[in-house]
Design a protein around this ligand. Sequence first.
Ligand code: M6P
Ligand code: ZN
Length: 195
Amino acid sequence: MSETIEPRKIVIDLKKLIVEPYTRKKEVKLSELKDYCAYPEDAEKILAKGEDPVIYEYYEYTPTEKPGNINFGLTIIYPGKIGKEYYMTKGHFHEKDAAEFYFCLKGKGLLLMQNKLGEVATIELEPGSLGYVPPGWGHRTINTGRGKFVFFFAYPSDAGHDYMLVKEKGFAKIVIEEAKTVKIIDNPRYQKLSQ
Ligand code: M6P
Ligand code: ZN
């Protein structure tokens, strides 16, 4: 049976930082992110104190997963660090050849991308700038500022999320604070795809 998607209006509230209506809201806390961290021992130290901070959250509007539609929403990454690594998303590849964009609305951060050949690209995002993720590139966003890093995202509804590669191999680069500056360095835990 064919599904009918009605035209509709969605409001992105830039003061409350919500999408209304949304179909999904997700909060990712440190306990869920820890396996993606470059320094999991620092994550464990925070958790051992009984703290489990929210690292990021997102509101998504998914009309349907039928090809031809678009998922979109708002991501809010809180400011902070796990050891010296800035708060970030897990990061993922799309299961299908599908692009995505991130349009920054507040704060500042980095869009880190990596393709399956191991090539890395980074784009600095500040309000008004848009990072385009081409099909085939894994992507993670990182809050390098002192306030919330907020961006609007959109990608094809049938793209799918693949976290395995990032969880098991990591990204080749990580983003840390050292001597009060933002540094993009080699990930000490990275395993090349050929290994
Ligand atoms: C953005 C979009 C979502 C993604 C979220 C968090 O909001 O790209 O599709 O789920 O970031 O990223 P991740 O799932 O990699 O943690
Ligand atoms: Zn994506």
